[in-house]
Design a binder for this molecule. Structure first.
Ligand code: ADP
Ligand code: ADP
Ligand code: MG
Length: 455
């Protein structure tokens, strides 16, 4: 909190690293990119002012290696660090260590990450702020007996979720008591292995819900919202297609939802960019808070397209000590934006990862089309990290126009020779249910199991 940032270390890779470098350059901030041995040639490393290697390819030894990343920060002379998403972005101890070095962590402070990044704590904060949550356990589930008792009272199906989970992992649906008795110890062991924390909690399973989330920005005093995004199209609880505004939300529900997100962020004096995630039950016309992401999200560009606000720029300004540069009344929503995640996965082979060379990368352009990527022709998608190659984002005056533009842009987009999820989106952009917006978080998996995609 020592004034404007001069030199920024980017503790991430791929498209979000490029995105952060672009925002930093526009503000006149110099940039230092960390890379693993596998990423020396990546686009972010080529456009940053400086590059520091932090370890071998495996993320645990490089991007997740706190000692090495902190050493790079010290050596670089950077006065701030942007964590991007995933990796160390929601690690409170890491955020604290950055601050202890006298540097700025671009995000909320460690206490807020602890409070809102832990899903059980965040549920509690939501309840205290009067924000509805999915009916479920009061705190962590201590043992299988307590879980059985609670599920018996609530009724099945229920969901068992890891308090430290993220990226769609650490969640399972349980349909009866027998399943629950074996699921709890298994889920605990998995959560301990994946997140280093075996804490679990329980929620009622909301069938055919829609995933709707609210983007917020806070400066520690004031919080504003930048409307909502809908991310109902998911596979394995991971978003694949996101849009803004949400499809089936009345004006009244929208303002209630956005107000609840602001209230919750305000209750913790939130500082930085964050997202409140909710499930929306269209039958009951009710929304339930599920979690907060205390960081920039993958799908932030759809919000940028409809509001014209550069979220990463705002993050950097706020982290440098500035107050919010806009009041709520100045934030408007114009048109409709859609993002699809282009992954190095083969939809014809059950989404088998397809790392390898990118010899062809033809990016569509034109009015209201954006492509965020960490790759270019001649790059190679390494097998060590998540499979996101890039994000195609389009905007239209209406949702129908946005989908039409998406279809056109997808015809022009060409990535190869590796397999990608582009063919999936070409099919989805013509699908009747998607065109009229009658989807839920279970829609895509049902559709995929009914349908064999042409290779
Ligand atoms: P978003 O919430 O921005 O839509 P995702 O859920 O797709 O983001 O996650 C973005 C990236 O961060 C993915 O690579 C995902 O695996 C990773 N990630 C998110 N949360 C966690 C977590 N708690 N632990 C490990 N990885 C995570
Ligand atoms: P993560 O931290 O992995 O992002 P979330 O709690 O945000 O986990 O949930 C991810 C997805 O799982 C949601 O978008 C939704 O599709 C599904 N989900 C989570 N909780 C529930 C629930 N209680 N009922 C039905 N689906 C749920
Ligand atoms: Mg989530």
């Amino acid at each position: 909190m020592t004034g404007a940032i001069r030199k920024l270390l980017i503790a991430n890779r791929g498209e979000i690293a490029v995105r952060i470098i672009h925002a930093a350059k526009k503000l006149g901030i110099s940039t230092v990119q960390i890379v693993s041995e596998a990423d020396r040639e990546m686009l972010a490393a080529r456009i940053a002012d400086e590059v520091i290697e932090v370890g071998p390819p495996a993320a645990a030894k490089s991007y997740l290696n706190v000692g090495n990343v902190l050493e790079a920060l010290r050596r670089s002379g950077a006065d701030a660090l942007h964590p991007g998403y995933g990796f160390l972005s929601e690690n409170a101890e890491f955020a604290r260590a950055v601050t202890d070095l006298g540097c700025i962590f671009v995000g909320p402070d460690a206490e807020t990450i602890e409070r809102m990044g832990d899903k059980v704590n965040a549920r509690r904060a939501a309840i205290e702020a009067g924000v509805p949550v999915v009916p479920g356990s009061d705190g962590r589930l201590d043992d299988p007996q307590a879980a059985l008792k609670l599920a018996g009272e609530m009724g099945y199906p229920v969901m068992i979720k890891a308090a430290a989970g993220g990226g769609g992992r650490g969640i399972r649906v349980v349909r009866n008591a027998d399943e629950l008795a074996t699921a709890v110890p298994q889920a605990m062991a998995e959560a301990r292995a994946a997140f280093g924390d075996d804490g679990l909690y329980m929620e009622a399973y909301i069938e055919d819900a829609r995933h709707i989330e609210v983007q917020i920005l806070g400066d520690g005093e004031t919080v504003v919202h930048l409307f909502e995004r809908e991310c109902s199209l998911q596979r394995r609880r991971q978003k694949v297609w996101e849009e803004a505004p949400a499809v089936a939300l009345s004006a009244e529900m929208r303002s209630e939802l956005c107000a609840s997100a602001v209230r919750l962020a305000q209750s913790v004096n939130y500082r930085g960019a964050g997202t409140m995630e909710y499930l929306y039950d269209p039958l009951r016309k009710a929304f339930y808070f599920i979690e907060m992401n205390t960081r920039i999200q993958v799908e932030h560009p759809v919000t940028e397209m409809i509001t014209g606000i550069d979220l990463v720029r705002e993050m950097l300004l706020i982290a440098g000590g500035a107050k919010l540069s806009m009041a709520q009344e100045q934030i408007h929503c114009d048109g409709h934006a859609i993002e699809v995640r282009i992954n190095a996965e083969d939809p014809a082979r059950n989404f088998l990862p397809s790392p390898g060379p990118i010899d062809r990368l033809q990016i569509p352009n034109g009015e209201a089309v954006r492509f965020d990527t960490g790759f270019d022709a001649g790059s190679r998608v390494p097998p060590y990290y998540d499979s996101l190659i890039g994000k195609l984002i389009v905007k239209g005056g209406s949702r129908a126009e946005a989908i039409e533009r998406l279809g056109q842009a997808l015809e022009e987009l060409d990535v190869g020779p590796i397999a990608t999820t582009i063919p999936l989106y070409r099919t989805l952009a013509r699908n009747a249910d998607i065109l009229d917006g009658s989807v839920s978080t279970q829609w895509l998996e049902r559709w995929l199991s009914d349908k064999k995609l042409a290779p």
